[in-house]
Design a protein around this ligand. Structure first.
Ligand SMILES: C[S@@+](CC[C@H](N)C(=O)[O-])C[C@H]1O[C@@H](n2cnc3c(N)ncnc32)[C@H](O)[C@@H]1O
Length: 234
């Protein structure tokens, strides 16, 4: 199914990306990009975030985690809707902007920021949250094995019945197969490495979950072609 979930005005990738001397150092690249440009991925919440919020509210979720929260366009949406949000990312520059925005909007008490690399076990308690949200995080520079381990960690931190809502760029994206190849369906352009997902990988990640929906959509000017996956923890 293809549906348009809106048209963010950002150009990611690449027209606002900071040129990096070390394109393989993805963390530094994000840190520098967020320091150089406020609202790199748009100042408004994403359509994906709005869809996830409806699902979280319908399920009476109260505490959620956003993995790869960037500069917080969706973390702030969740907080303003009354959810307690943990925003986790390895780019401290983006997290600092999230704290500032949350405080100036009067929601500082609803947002906790955590600096962490999702290639390591998540620094979160077991069965601690009602929902996990990750918009374009699993499709970053992560190997298939790292993605499988991360989703096992998501399963651990979710309460039974909790939702895991994630989006990934998929193999119908115009940039799949373009730029420098890094193996394992990862390609680099403009200093950013993207892992493009096919349906098989989405199915593989459903171990311990029930897939509720997989919906293809487009975002941004390229446009990026993505799949949004909603799963419930069993
Ligand atoms: C494409 S951006 C998406 C940001 C945000 N979800 C949004 O849509 O506005 C990817 C985010 O993932 C973060 N990220 C990438 N790899 C990561 C890793 N290994 N650990 C933690 N965060 C990571 C980046 O710093 C960046 O904030």
């Amino acid at each position: 199914m293809t549906s348009s979930w809106g048209d963010a005005h950002d150009g990611w990738p690449y027209d606002h990306a900071v040129t990096s001397d070390q394109p393989s150092d993805q963390r530094d690249h994000w840190v520098r990009t967020f320091a150089a440009k406020q609202d790199f991925l748009g100042s408004e919440p994403s359509e994906t975030g709005r869809a996830a919020l409806s699902a979280f509210l319908a399920a009476s979720a109260r505490e959620i985690v956003e993995l790869g929260s960037g500069q917080g366009r969706d973390s702030l949406l969740f907080a303003t809707a009354g959810l307690k949000v943990t925003a986790l990312d390895y780019a401290e520059t983006g997290l600092a902007q999230i704290r500032e925005k949350a405080q100036s909007a009067g929601f500082g008490g609803s947002v906790t920021t955590v600096v962490a690399d999702v290639r390591e076990p998540l620094p979160l308690a077991t069965a601690a949250v009602d929902g996990v949200y990750a918009h374009m995080l699993l499709c970053m520079a992560l190997s298939t094995e790292q993605i499988v381990s991360l989703v096992a960690e998501v399963h651990r931190v979710l309460r039974p019945g909790g939702f895991f809502f994630y989006t990934v760029r998929n193999t119908s994206d115009a940039h799949f197969g373009a730029g420098s190849a890094h193996g394992d369906d990862q390609f680099e352009m403009g200093g950013f490495i993207v892992h493009f997902f096919g349906r098989e990988l989405i199915e593989r990640l459903a171990d311990g979950f029930k897939i509720l929906e997989v919906a293809d959509f487009e975002e941004g000017r390229l446009p990026r072609r993505l799949s949004a996956v909603t799963m419930a923890r069993i």
